[in-house]
Design a protein around this ligand. Structure first.
Ligand code: ZN
Length: 62
């Protein structure tokens, strides 16, 4: 049994940018997201929220 995805990029309809959501809150702290549609992180994209991107990069960069 695989664990459900609990974090990833969320792009709600009313947002211009995707935010990286973990446990219902974006990394930048500006957005709450309780939906289940999360895209896996595939690297930097111009469509991503800059603050979320920066924090996410810090996590994955040694
Ligand atoms: Zn964000």
């Amino acid at each position: 049994m695989s664990a459900p995805i609990v974090e990833g990029w969320a792009w709600p309809l009313n947002m211009r940018k995707a935010h990286y959501v973990r446990k219902g809150t974006s990394l930048c702290g500006r957005m709450m997201y309780l939906g289940s549609h999360l895209e896996p992180d595939i690297g930097p994209s111009p469509d991503n929220c800059k603050e979320c991107q920066k924090r996410r990069l810090k996590e994955v960069t040694p």
